[in-house]
Design a protein around this ligand. Structure first.
Ligand code: MG
Length: 443
C-alpha cells in the first residue's frame, strides 16, 4: 500500500511534491472520511492561500462545511477543534522547514494529530479515488471564524497571572515571521513587558529561518543580553515549539527546558511524564529527583500525546522545545510553554540560568548510516547486541556504563539513525562510533 502521510502529515516543496492538485485530492479524501464540520488554518507561508483554497474546494465538494480560521498557530487550531463540536481540523504548515516547503496536517476531533490507523483510511480513499460527491444542493459552505482569543484566554486561565505580573519581567520574543506573530505578542503582554523581534508575518521569513536553532536565533540572544531582559523565547513556523534564552543571552537546549518545566509540574502534581526514548537522561534524572516517573515512547509528537492520555500523565514533551500540558491540551503548545515558563520563574524566584544549572549535564551526538534494507539490518542487530539493559520501545536502546545509545530505522528514508549520550562529548563520540561501526559491519 502506497503511503502519503509521513511523520509530520503530508509535506513537500511548493508546486513540486506539494501542489494544488494534491491539496484538492487530499481535501476530497479528508472530506469523504469525516463528512462533517472542518476547521482550517495556516501558518504564514507564501503557498498557504493556494493550498488552503484547494483543500477547501475538495472538502466542500464532499459536503463538508469549512470554518476558515485564517493564520493561527497549530496549537490554537487544535485547542479550538478539541473544545468545539468540529469533527476535525486541517492545518496548512511546514512547521520548522525552510520557506519553500509546505504541508497538510489533519487533526482529529480530540485535538490530537490523526492516528496512523485513520491516516491509512484517508490514504485508501485518496489512492482509490473513492470520493464522496455531494449533490449540487448539498455542497458544503465556507464560514470565517476567529479562534485566537479563545486560545489565549485558555492559556491565561491556567497560570498565576497575578504572581507573574508582580515580577515585572522583561521578555524578548522572536516570532520568526511565523504564526506566533498572531498570538504571542498579545499573550506575553498580558503577563510581562514584551519586546518583539520578527513579529511581522512574512512567508519569505526575512528575519530568520523558521527552525529555532542556536544559529537561527542569534539576534534574539544578542538582544536579550543587550537590553538586560529576563528571558528570550523563539518559536518555530507554526508556534507549537518554544525555545528559551536565559537572562545572559545563552541558548537553552530543549532537553534542559523540558527537564525544568517537567520537574516543576511534577513538584505540583506528582505523576507521570511522557517523552520519547531519544530524550536526554537529564530529564529522567531531574524528574525522578522531584518525585515523578518517566514513561518512554517511540519518537513522534502524536505518539507522546496519545501515550499521555493512556497513562494519565501530568506532562509530556520532546527535546526540540515541544512541551505538552494535559490541562490545556494533548499537543505541543508554544503559547502554553511560554506561560508555564513565566510562572515557573515567578514562583521559584530564580533566574533561568540558575534553574538550568540544577539539571544534570550530558552530551548527545546524532549520526546516521545509509542503509537500503534498514528493517532487515535492525533484525540482525537485535541478535548481535548484548547488554544488561536493552529497551525495544523504538529500535534498540542500549544502556552502557557511560550512557546510552539508540539505534532506529527511519520510517521515511533509507537510513538508520544513531543517537549516543555520554557524560561528555568525548564519551558520547566513543559510544556513537562503536555502534556505528557495528551497524556498518552488518550492512
Ligand atoms: Mg512546529
Amino acid at each position: 500500500m502506497k503511503r502519503l502521510f509521513g511523520t509530520n502529515g503530508v509535506r513537500g516543496i511548493t508546486n513540486e511534491s506539494m501542489n494544488a492538485e494534491l491539496a484538492l485530492k487530499l481535501g476530497k479524501a479528508i472530506g469523504s472520511y469525516f463528512q462533517g464540520n472542518i476547521i482550517i488554518a495556516t501558518d504564514t507561508r507564501t503557498s498557504n492561500e493556494m493550498l488552503k483554497n484547494a483543500v477547501t474546494a475538495g472538502l466542500i465538494s464532499t459536503g463538508c462545511n469549512v470554518f476558515d480560521a485564517k493564520i493561527a498557530p497549530s496549537p490554537a487550531l487544535q485547542y479550538y477543534v478539541k473544545n468545539s463540536d468540529a469533527d476535525a481540523g486541517v492545518i496548512i504548515t511546514a512547521s520548522h522547514n525552510p520557506p519553500q516547503f509546505n504541508g497538510i496536517k489533519v487533526i482529529d476531533k480530540d485535538g490530537i494529530e490523526l492516528s496512523r490507523k485513520k491516516e491509512k483510511e484517508i490514504e485508501k480513499i485518496y489512492f482509490n479515488e473513492h470520493f464522496h460527491k455531494a449533490a449540487w444542493n448539498e455542497l458544503g459552505k465556507v464560514y470565517d471564524i476567529d479562534i485566537l482569543d479563545f486560545y489565549i484566554e485558555g492559556i491565561l486561565d491556567l497560570v498565576n497571572v497575578e504572581k507573574i505580573k508582580e515580577c515585572n519581567f522583561k521578555v524578548v520574543i522572536d516570532c520568526g515571521n511565523g504564526a506566533a506573530c498572531y498570538t504571542m505578542p498579545y499573550l506575553v503582554s498580558q503577563m510581562a513587558n514584551v519586546i518583539t523581534l520578527n513579529a511581522q508575518p512574512d512567508g519569505n521569513f526575512p528575519g530568520r529561518m523558521p527552525e529555532p536553532t542556536e544559529e537561527n536565533v542569534n539576534e534574539l540572544m544578542k538582544t536579550v543580553k543587550a537590553i538586560k531582559a529576563d528571558l528570550g523565547i523563539a518559536y518555530d513556523g507554526d508556534a507549537d515549539r518554544a525555545i528559551f534564552i536565559d537572562e545572559n543571552g545563552n541558548f537553552v537546549y530543549g532537553d534542559k527546558s523540558l527537564a525544568i518545566v517537567a520537574g516543576y509540574v511534577v513538584e505540583k502534581k506528582r505523576g507521570k511524564v511522557v517523552t520519547p526514548v531519544s530524550t536526554s537522561s537529564c530529564v529522567e534524572e531531574y524528574v525522578r529527583a522531584k518525585g515523578g516517573e518517566i514513561v518512554y515512547t517511540k519518537v513522534g509528537a502524536p505518539i507522546v500525546a496519545r501515550k499521555m492520555v493512556e497513562v494519565d500523565a501530568v506532562f509530556g514533551g520532546e527535546e526540540n522545545g515541544g512541551l505538552m500540558f494535559p490541562e490545556h491540551q494533548y499537543c505541543r503548545d508554544g503559547g502554553m510553554a511560554t506561560a508555564a515558563m513565566l510562572e515557573l520563574l515567578a514562583i521559584k524566584g530564580k533566574s533561568l540560568s540558575e534553574l538550568i544549572a540544577e539539571v544534570p549535564s550530558y552530551s548527545l551526538i546524532k549520526t546516521k548510516v545509509e542503509c537500503e534494507n534498514n528493517k532487515e539490518v535492525m533484525e540482525k542487530l537485535k541478535d548481535s547486541i548484548k547488554g544488561d539493559k536493552i529497551d525495544y520501545t523504538d529500535g534498540i536502546k542500549v544502556y552502557v556504563k557511560e550512557g546510552w545509545v539508540l539505534i532506529r530505522p527511519s520510517g521515511t528514508e533509507p537510513i538508520i539513525r544513531i543517537y549516543a549520550e555520554g557524560k561528555n562529548a568525548a564519551e558520547a563520540k566513543k559510544i556513537a562510533e562503536k555502534y556505528k561501526k557495528m551497524v556498518e559491519d552488518i550492512i
